[in-house]
Design a protein around this ligand. Structure first.
Ligand code: ZN
Ligand code: ZN
Length: 914
């Protein structure tokens, strides 16, 4: 049974599913759409089709006396629901840190969904609640700014409750409230409201829903999630969920009746941009145009949505405009709307810790930013408007509703400036690619795949190609296809499970009880294949969270690997021979305490460094991944650029300061919802925690993370942390390698002894080693200089003797060949050059031994190169040596690796010369 059948099933019993008390109270009639056969509820006797087929009847004539801009539309909503006993919850981050399958928060209900095992569970911080959730979606980019209603970032008002928990309610009250919100809150008349019957299917749960429309505009959808399971096998959920989502952009739009929703949802931004760019406004014309667009675009029942470009042709005709005239009028508005949307999305994403990049979710952010920049360029606005200024305008307006944006104003500006300057420096390369495209005439045949390749390899957006006049329009599928290429790929690296452990009870974890337990007694519950042992309790830490496992012994048999399978810890043993413990036996286990201690210090140091990095660099720094070993640790952080030496030092200084302050490390288990509320989603540095309780490692407020690893009791125990290397390992990710505790001391000692031996070799002391080194470098330079001068003096007599030694071939060529293991290419280049100057018939070939290979150097004199080119000899000889070569008539070079073919190579040269 698919969605359609399910809809039919629900609609076949409207009294059970769709009829709410409001419909009876108010006299709503149920009707069947005469065009698409959907059922809907209305007060209008004459209406015989559903709102899907309806023109937007509110543009220029809003159905209410209230005029609510974006922020005021929210204030009105907030007021209404607060008065009706709803808790107003602050928005969740747009970067979805709590779901592995999503980069971004795409709907308000996502806030409250957690995945445990294979199941999606709902966790509500209050009941009932309303949240103004910013949501990001990148599947419709090409319509954004053009359609009047599409966004990459929008606010979904989420009215959510658990119907079966205290405070909860079900569909009657839900629709009463929504109706009240529309009529009392927004001032819309009851006759203007239509409810349409629909179904909603999610992961593991589904239900029926009532979408509500006013004058052709869908304002919200109340989903009654009543069933769990799938369409063929389901039951009523014990905790039914109301998930009403409404677009704040639409709430505002319906009351304002502006040509597009963009005109009323970006506060003063659109108006300011219109002023700054000197764009001509003609409200009447704009209204007429966008009314037509809204009517014709994406006619749902028509099936396929026609592209905006085709639409424009149609509308131009209707308005008695040429296509060019219409474009000239509309294009600046489309540009302003698009840029406003894109920058607003970036404001939220960057504030919530995301970075534009070439990977993961950052990809979409870079796409929209580059799109905005290239539009500014195309319209000649790049010197009038800076993207960071638009961001400031958004923050100025939105902080009334989202005060947290103010805290990230500087971060947002920093990142936007950086990305904009990267974009402009890459434009030079883009220009040259564009030039060659223009001249190649291939431009006409560019397919969507070609365009994607151009974006991927050279960062060239279709908007840029439009600006260059290379393509006429952006194919409607471009951004969709691009997004598909970069959608989340959830990797599962689970190794093959060990069989027979399913029914075992969870292992008691002694390492959590007390990290200092290194000796313990336990009962053997299971032995698999003579090498995997499961105990009832263990002090062995299993591999996990980037922390390497403990090693040690069980009854004298070596433990080489420890893993966790579900709740069961598995010890892999090696070399047990006949001494493998038996099931039911009580055994004694010993953990290698020194190893554990070193790993533990590296682990706590990771947490310290992570927060030090964020404090030193910016709030976009998150742990990307981490690894903790006995001898070193590795922390990958999200950051936009390679670290400077100063930045590394700053992080190091800060981390060591936290260590010296000797902060207590407090470990406590919390209910997950409480932890998220109390400490924010920053706790998910190491990824999502798939359980209802989380273990929080709190370094006295300096760093707070959900983490299952082992930690020191206070930071002083780490002793010292030293970053040994920092490296940008991918776009947007920087790797820090570091040593802590004893490993740091060993590292320092090693550096020290290296320094000592360098000093000794220089005949200097450690204190003066830098001076001595500089002097040694100068000496070496001077020696080289002297050698070159000497070479000039001796090159003439040597060249003469070479000419004499050369074989005089019948071809008239004088051939000199040599294989040299002592002198380098500098020497042979100097001599060869001089020799062909003196003897115009000479061919000079030197094979110079260089490490594992051979360098080939060939000179041919003026007369000789008329018969054989230096490049040809270099090529053939190098080929013989298993390499390649080339050059010009006079000079050729190359090389190869086959030292065993030197003789053959020299003979070949002679053959060629003959
Ligand atoms: Zn219909
Ligand atoms: Zn950790």
């Amino acid at each position: 049974m698919g969605k359609k059948e399910l809809a039919a099933l629900f609609s076949s019993n409207p009294d059970r599913y769709y009829k709410v008390s409001l419909f009876d109270k108010m006299g709503f009639m149920r009707k069947k759409c005469n065009r698409c056969e959907k059922f809907f509820w209305t007060l209008d006797i004459a209406r015989d089709f559903c709102p899907d087929h309806e023109n937007y009847g509110f543009i220029g004539k809003p159905p209410t006396n209230k005029r609510l801009d974006y922020v005021n539309a929210w204030k009105e909503t907030e007021k209404f629901f607060r008065a009706n006993d709803h808790k107003i919850v602050r928005r969740y981050p747009v970067v979805c840190r709590w779901r592995e399958d999503l980069y971004f928060t795409i709907a308000s209900i996502v806030d409250f969904q957690r995945v445990i095992g294979n199941q999606v569970v709902f966790e509500l911080p209050a009941n009932p609640l309303v949240v103004p959730q910013m949501c990001l979606r990148f599947n419709d980019i090409e319509n954004v700014g053009l359609s009047g209603r599409h966004y990459t970032g929008f606010c979904m008002i989420g009215q959510t409750c658990n119907a079966d928990a205290p405070g909860g309610y079900w569909k009657d009250k839900c629709i009463d409230l929504d109706f009240g919100m529309l009529t009392k809150g927004l001032g819309i008349k009851a006759e203007d409201i239509t409810f349409v019957e629909d179904v909603w299917m999610g992961a593991g749960a589904f239900g029926y829903s009532l979408e509500y429309f006013v004058r052709g505009l869908e304002l919200g959808n109340a989903v009654f999630t009543e069933f769990e399971g799938n369409e063929n096998d389901y039951r009523v959920m014990p905790n039914k969920i109301i998930d009403m989502g409404a677009g704040l952009e639409r709430f505002s739009w319906i009351t304002m009746g502006t040509p597009t929703s963009y005109d009323c949802c970006f506060g003063p931004v659109v108006g300011k941009l219109v002023d700054m760019t000197g764009t001509d406004t003609d409200q009447e014309l704009l209204t007429k145009y966008f009314e037509s667009v809204s009517l014709k675009l994406d006619n749902k029942t028509g099936g396929s949505s026609s592209s905006i470009r085709d639409l424009k042709l149609l509308i131009a005709k209707e308005m008695n405009f040429s296509e060019e005239q219409l474009s000239a009028f509309v294009a600046p508005f489309e540009a302003i709307y698009t840029i406003s949307d894109h920058i607003r999305t970036l404001v939220f994403a960057i504030s919530d810790g995301a970075l534009p990049s070439n990977v993961g979710g950052g990809y979409n952010l870079r796409v929209i930013l580059r799109r905005a920049l290239s539009i500014l360029e195309r319209l000649g606005w790049k010197n009038i408007i800076r993207v960071e200024d638009i961001a400031e305008l958004h923050i100025d307006y939105l902080r009334q509703m989202y005060p947290e944006l103010e805290d990230h104003r500087q971060d947002v500006k920093t990142i936007l400036q950086l990305e904009a300057s990267r974009y402009s420096s890459s434009r030079e390369r883009m220009n040259s690619v564009a030039m060659s495209l223009k001249s190649s005439k291939k431009a006409k045949e560019l397919t969507v795949d070609d365009l994607i390749r151009l974006y991927e390899s050279d960062g060239i957006t279709p908007d840029f190609l439009m600006e260059q006049g290379i393509v006429q329009n952006v194919p409607s599928t471009f951004y969709t296809k691009l997004a598909e290429l970069h959608t989340s790929q959830v990797s599962s690296q689970s190794s093959k499970p060990i069989p027979g452990l399913e029914d075992l009870p969870p292992t008691k974890l002694l390492y959590y009880q007390d990290g200092s337990i290194h000796h313990f007694h336990a009962k053997v519950l299971k032995v698999v294949e003579g090498k995997y042992i499961v105990l009832d309790q263990t002090a062995f830490y299993p591999r996990g969270g980037g922390q390497e496992p403990d090693t040690g012994e069980i009854e004298g048999v070596k433990v080489v690997e420890v893993t966790k399978q579900a709740d069961v810890v598995v010890h892999k043993i090696e070399g047990g021979g006949g001494r493998i413990p038996a099931e039911e036996q009580t055994v004694h286990g010993t953990v290698n305490g020194r190893r554990r201690d070193l790993i533990t210090k590296h682990h706590t140091a990771t947490h310290v460094l992570n927060s030090a990095s964020r404090n030193a660099l910016g709030s976009w720094v998150w742990q990307n991944s981490a690894f903790k070993e006995e001898t070193y640790g590795r922390l990958d952080i999200t950051h936009h650029s390679t670290l400077t030496r100063e930045e590394v030092k700053k992080i190091e200084r800060m981390a060591n300061w936290v260590i010296r302050e000797n902060h207590p490390v407090i470990i406590k288990t919390y209910d997950r919802g409480d932890a998220e509320q109390q400490f924010s989603f920053r706790i998910y540095q190491g990824g999502i925690v798939p359980t209802s309780n989380v273990r929080i490692v709190n370094i006295n407020g300096w760093d707070i993370e959900a983490c299952g690893g082992t930690h020191v009791k206070s930071t002083g125990e780490i002793g010292l942390v030293k970053i040994v290397k920092s490296e940008r390992i991918q776009d947007g990710v920087v790797r820090l390698e570091f040593v802590a505790g004893e490993a740091a001391v060993s590292y320092m000692q090693q550096l020290d002894s290296q320094l000592a031996s360098i000093a000794q070799a220089l005949g200097s002391s450690r204190e003066k080693v830098v001076e001595s080194f500089d002097k040694a470098v100068q000496d070496a330079e001077a020696t080289k200089k002297k050698l070159r001068a000497m070479l000039r003096v001796v090159s003439v007599p040597i060249a003469k003797s070479i000419s004499e030694q050369a074989k005089k071939l019948d071809s008239g060529i004088h051939l000199y060949t040599t294989y040299d293991e002592e002198l380098d290419d500098d020497y042979h280049i100097a001599i060869g050059e001089k020799a062909i100057e003196l003897d115009k018939h000479l061919v000079y070939l030197a094979l110079v031994s260089k490490g594992q290979g051979i360098r080939v150097i060939v000179f041919a004199g003026e007369a000789a190169c008329k018969k054989v080119k230096a490049s040809a000899i270099a090529k053939q000889v190098s080929g013989k040596l298993g390499g390649s070569g080339g050059g010009d008539n006079r000079f050729g070079q190359g090389g190869g690796k086959s030292k065993d073919r030197i003789r053959e190579a020299l003979l070949l040269a002679e053959e060629v010369a003959r």
